[in-house]
Write a protein that binds this ligand. Structure first.
Ligand SMILES: [Zn+2]
Length: 263
């Protein structure tokens, strides 16, 4: 009898779980919404990211919610002795959340942690030797990186390069790696309801970059569709006006997606 009661209680728990989970999620979001971002904190963010002044009231409300959710639920880890300060946490989140201003996008739902190195970091060499005729070419040089994005829910960043982007460098490692997070299948596209226009514009611009170097888009975008989307996103946020001038249709496509006008 006790076992049957236990089994019934277990089954009831399984049925109730999604409802309880949803109710808890709603409570959690309401609690975040109720806590406004302090004016001093907001002023610091605006000074670092002037683009925030272009948020409409509707977008700003969504942006604030994303930001609070990001800071509440993503874990930061300092690497190589780096201590991740409160300002660093906010400045990374503030750039990442500019990429998720669509109501349906969520706050990088599969991302769990952000690892921050003081500057460029090394990744181990490729383990498998490449055979080439009679010789064996072994790539034993460690690779240097400024950022990485993993499907397993991790983004890795070099803080020196995060700062460089805030100082106006055309390379924006936060935008680049978080654009990869939006494009988990590495197909050069985030989740959309219709890919017709997206594919046409992206393909045309990719082909154009292949034929001729661009003053705005880094050639690294030719590594594949995923890199093209990441590089185009960097140009969108770092050099909006120039991107609009030189690649108008790409700019318009990304404006429709990111919703904030960076030109
Ligand atoms: Zn990349």
């Amino acid at each position: 009898m006790a076992w049957m009661l236990l089994a019934a209680a277990f089954a009831a728990g399984l049925i109730a779980w999604p409802f309880l989970h949803k109710a808890r999620e709603q409570r959690r979001l309401r609690a975040l919404q109720a806590r406004p971002i302090e004016p001093a904190r907001w002023a610091m963010l605006r000074a670092a990211l002037p683009v925030l002044d272009r948020l409409s009231p509707e977008l700003r409300a969504l942006y604030e919610l994303r930001l609070k959710e990001f800071l509440a639920y993503k874990r930061y880890y300092g690497c190589d002795g780096l201590e991740v300060s409160e300002d660093m946490r906010w400045l990374i989140a503030a750039q990442a959340c500019l990429l998720v201003l669509r109501p349906e996008s969520g706050t990088f739902p599969s991302l769990r942690s952000v690892l921050v190195y003081p500057s460029v970091f090394e990744v181990p060499p490729m383990p498998a030797p490449v055979e080439f005729g009679e010789f064996e070419l072994v790539d034993d040089e460690a690779d240097e990186r400024i950022g990485e994005s993993h499907d397993s829910g991790r983004v890795i960043l070099s803080w020196a390069d995060v700062e460089a982007a805030l100082d106006g460098d055309p390379v924006n490692v936060v935008v680049h790696e978080f654009a990869h997070q939006l494009d988990a299948s590495d197909a050069g596209a985030p989740q959309l309801s219709d890919y017709t226009r997206w594919s046409a514009v992206m393909q045309a611009e990719y082909d154009r970059l292949h034929e001729q170097a661009s003053p705005v888009l880094d050639d690294y975008g030719l590594e594949g569709p995923g890199e093209f989307f990441a590089v185009a996103s960097e140009a969108y946020f770092q050099q909006g006006a120039a991107l609009k001038r030189c690649h108008a249709s790409l700019y318009e496509l990304l404006r429709g997606f990111y919703r904030i006008d960076t030109a």
